[in-house]
Ligand binder design. Structure first.
Ligand code: ADP
Ligand code: MG
Ligand code: ZN
Length: 609
């Protein structure tokens, strides 16, 4: 390898892509953005999370003379980005308030002597005269605003200090300004472009499809058994479990710890120290699971999150998309599972009804109803999500959502529905779900005896099904408005509209049921880790351990050393030489130099022994 490092001008973007980043090809849209920037044009790019936005500016930053300024909203994000860039041998630094004075001076010195390709700065810097003066004396290649939705008051993480960025074109005339965001709504997009005063920008709006994510909605069963059994499927892989309240976050995290899972809680009620430590432990693969409220996620770029579980209803489709978006940034297969039951709706309604601002209340109700219809429909989840953002999914079958994978089957449950409805009628619509189910399955509890319900004609007629089945059926009948549920502490079920027709045999009920899995391969799309053979998985685990050790030695998160994708390819290819290793995605010159030896050794021992 005789090409000198960092020799601007001579090399092509393709060359840098291979040599520095170690990638085989550009992801969709990356190349156009790189070219636009190198032509000196402003850029406005909307690409989904995991779309590969960093590379769009890091690559030209290497090729263009001068230093690229990157504004990023959070200190933790900046640090991660700098670690990542440096791990590829890019000369990157960060300037923010977390640094000691001496460190700041050192960074400023290397900036002034032209020793940097990339400088990450906090937005407040641009308000400082001293900093502006320094910039005027430096050669700046471009200004980049990452997470640009932070400049919009309509955005989900608005940051007032971002407003200072409108002055960039004045402070730094004549250089391209690029804004990147993963926010899908048009309103925010317009606001960003306007606030940043971009000049005839090259605009790119990528598809919001995340092809490597599988979406699943499952009927939420009461209790902890369901979550635990799902988590067992993901043994040892990093994942996020979202819950609505701080209390449920704490309870779930404690329950999981008690059962031996490596899990930590995260919510705004924890003190700063603990919150930060828990996030860090997750980023560094020290725990597998983080149980969190929606407060979690913005500050992390962890690329190897393999699943996101929503154990409660998300607030809106937009937030569901954002939260699930944190899975699989590395492009490897990842799963998003939403646990949903109609029984959750009253809880959410309770909070919405307590809202005092009427407009806000209406918006919340509207969001809720969209989420409920997303979760209860049997249309392709991916299509529904993309529809929401005004995008039309081009294929009939996405092959990676529960609906398209055929995980559901319809079974005729008209007879069972009639049993339930007649139990409601025979008890004068005065009882709730639990008691009605007790009647149907023939429970012998005191309440049944007290009311003499063991003498009813319907007593015990449904015992061929378990309670879970009946709960699902009730859920379904509520959703299709065959029955209603009264408000209050002890909600009672009663017949409405189609309920009477079902009882008279004029309408049929088909229940969507999750098909019993006959071996995972038949149903879920296999990719990434799942695609590995057992032996390859063993090697993967060894490489993962090695990655963790090297990352700790260098004080960086494991995914900065190698992504999961790189480890998967190494486990399959089992390279024995440096040249072979260089063909693996994510291994460029510098990483080869740093890591070839230990990785080749572990692979060699695995193959040989
Ligand atoms: P975003 O900021 O858009 O969410 P990132 O820039 O963090 O996405 O990139 C997500 C992941 O994709 C990172 O692990 C990155 O290394 C990887 N990546 C980016 N571009 C490519 C590419 N051309 N080929 C393979 N992997 C890529
Ligand atoms: Mg990013
Ligand atoms: Zn689908």
């Amino acid at each position: 390898m005789s090409t000198p490092f960092f020799h601007p001008g001579a090399e092509s973007p393709d060359g840098v892509l291979h040599r520095i980043f170690g990638f085989r090809s550009f992801r969709p849209n990356q190349e156009q953005i790189v070219r636009a920037l190198m032509d000196g044009r402003d850029v406005f790019a909307v690409m989904p999370t995991g779309g590969g936005k960093s590379l769009c500016y890091q690559l030209p930053a290497v090729l263009m003379p001068g230093v690229a300024l990157v504004v990023s909203p959070l200190i933790s994000l900046m640090k991660d980005q700098v670690d990542g860039a440096r791990s590829n041998g890019i000369r990157a630094a960060v300037l923010n308030s977390s640094l000691e004075f001496a460190e700041q001076s050192a960074v400023l010195r290397s900036l002034q002597s032209g020793e940097l390709d990339l400088l990450y700065v906090a937005p407040e810097r641009f308000a400082l005269d001293h900093f502006r003066d320094i910039l005027r004396g430096c050669r700046i290649s471009m200004a980049v605003i990452d997470e640009a939705h932070c400049i919009s008051e309509w955005g989900h993480d608005f940051r007032p200090d971002y407003l200072a960025l409108s002055s960039i074109p004045e402070i730094l005339p004549g250089i391209p300004v690029a804004a990147f965001t993963a926010t899908a709504t048009e309103r925010v997009q317009h606001d960003i472009a306007w606030k940043l005063r971009l000049r005839d920008p090259f605009v790119l709006r990528a598809s919001f499809d995340r092809p490597n994510l599988t979406y699943e909605v499952r009927f939420k069963e009461p209790g902890e058994v369901q979550l635990v059994s799902i988590l067992k499927e993901f043994a040892g892989q990093p994942g996020i479990i979202y819950r609505t309240s701080r209390k449920s976050v704490n309870d779930t995290a404690a329950m999981l710890q008690k059962r031996g899972f490596r899990a930590l809680p995260y919510h705004a009620g924890l003190d700063d120290r603990e919150r930060h430590d828990n996030q860090d432990a997750f980023i560094r693969d020290e725990v597998d699971l983080i149980v969190a409220t929606v407060a979690f996620g913005m500050g992390i770029d962890k690329s190897n999150v393999r699943f996101v579980i929503h154990a409660d209803l998300p607030k809106s489709i937009e937030s569901y998309y954002q939260e699930t978006g944190r899975a699989g940034r590395d492009g490897e297969a990842a799963r998003c599972i939403l646990l949903f039951s109609q029984a959750d709706i009253p809880k959410v309604r309770f909070f919405i009804d307590a809202m005092t601002d009427e407009a806000e209340r209406q918006r919340a109700l509207d969001s809720l109803s969209k989420v409920v219809s997303f979760a209860s429909s049997t249309a392709c989840r991916r299509r529904t999500l993309l529809d929401y953002f005004g995008e039309t999914y081009p294929r009939d079958n996405c092959a990676s959502c529960d609906v398209c994978l055929g995980l559901h089957e319809l079974t005729d449950c008209t007879r069972e529905a009639q049993m339930l409805l007649s139990a409601i009628v025979r008890t004068d619509s005065r009882f709730g779900a639990a008691h009605l189910i007790d009647i149907l399955v023939g429970s012998k509890n005191q309440k049944i005896k007290d009311f003499g319900h063991d003498r009813l004609k319907v007593y015990g007629i449904g015992k061929e099904h378990d309670k879970k089945f009946w709960r699902r059926l009730i859920d379904d009948l509520l959703a299709r408005k065959a029955i209603g549920r009264s408000e209050g502490l002890y909600p009672m079920l009663y017949l409405i509209e189609s309920g009477a027709r079902i009882l008279r045999g004029e309408e049929r009920v088909e229940l969507v049921r999750i098909r019993e899995k006959k071996g995972k391969s038949a149903t879920t799309k296999r990719g990434g880790l799942d695609a590995l053979s057992d032996a390859e998985k063993q090697l993967f685990e060894q490489l993962r351990t090695l990655r963790k050790r090297l990352a700790d030695e260098q004080g960086v998160p494991p995914y900065v050393v190698f992504s999961d994708k790189t480890l998967v390819e190494l486990s399959i290819l089992k390279p024995s030489t440096r040249d072979e290793m260089l063909t693996v995605s994510g291994i460029g010159e510098v990483k080869l130099e740093r890591y070839a030896e230990p990785f080749l050794r572990v692979i060699g021992e695995f193959v040989g022994g």
